[in-house]
Design a protein around this ligand. Sequence first.
Ligand SMILES: CC(C)(COP(=O)(O)OP(=O)(O)OC[C@H]1O[C@@H](n2cnc3c(N)ncnc32)[C@H](O)[C@@H]1OP(=O)(O)O)[C@@H](O)C(=O)NCCC(=O)NCCS
Length: 164
Amino acid sequence: MGHTFTAEKPEHADAIEHVLGRAFGPGRYAKTSERVRERGAVFEPALSRVALNEAGDVVGVCRIWRVQAGAPAYFLGPLAVDPGAQSAGLGLALVQACVAACRAVGASAIILVGAQKFFAPAGFMLVPHGRVSLPGPTDPTRLLWQALRPGGLDKIEGELSAPL
Ligand SMILES: CC(C)(COP(=O)(O)OP(=O)(O)OC[C@H]1O[C@@H](n2cnc3c(N)ncnc32)[C@H](O)[C@@H]1OP(=O)(O)O)[C@@H](O)C(=O)NCCC(=O)NCCS
């Protein structure tokens, strides 16, 4: 089935909440990534992407936030695909679309918390231990980043916070 990818718009908000609820279940707001978003990360709808099915329904979402971590960077998440549409490549395609959008605006780095096995094909690697921290417990084997231009990670360090 054909899907389209588009920047997130206000009219997608309710459908996105539905997909997030179905994909994550009730534990969603306990995640440390939510603390980053609560502490002033700036949502970037133009760099975030939703996947629409042929009927125009939202079946996936990947959100991007502007943060500071020693230097300006972007934080990716949540990523979710409706359980009924999973395992068809949409999750990876959404991540790749967000990476391309961030690169197109000249961003230097993207940071996220997620499974290395899943995100490696989209270019993400493990953050060296202790280099970056989040405001809450974080599994160091799930803290990932990628440079969007040469040297893009050089100044990225410390705790993720609101952009300056
Ligand atoms: C993770 C998620 C977005 C992937 O969406 P998707 O459209 O199924 O992704 P793709 O089709 O591109 O890739 C699927 C493959 O990713 C891999 N994968 C998925 N979740 C994974 C995980 N948590 N750890 C490691 N690999 C994973 C599997 O190999 C899977 O292949 P399979 O379906 O044949 O087992 C989706 O499973 C989801 O919404 N999960 C619940 C929310 C969540 O965990 N979000 C990610 C937070 S980091």
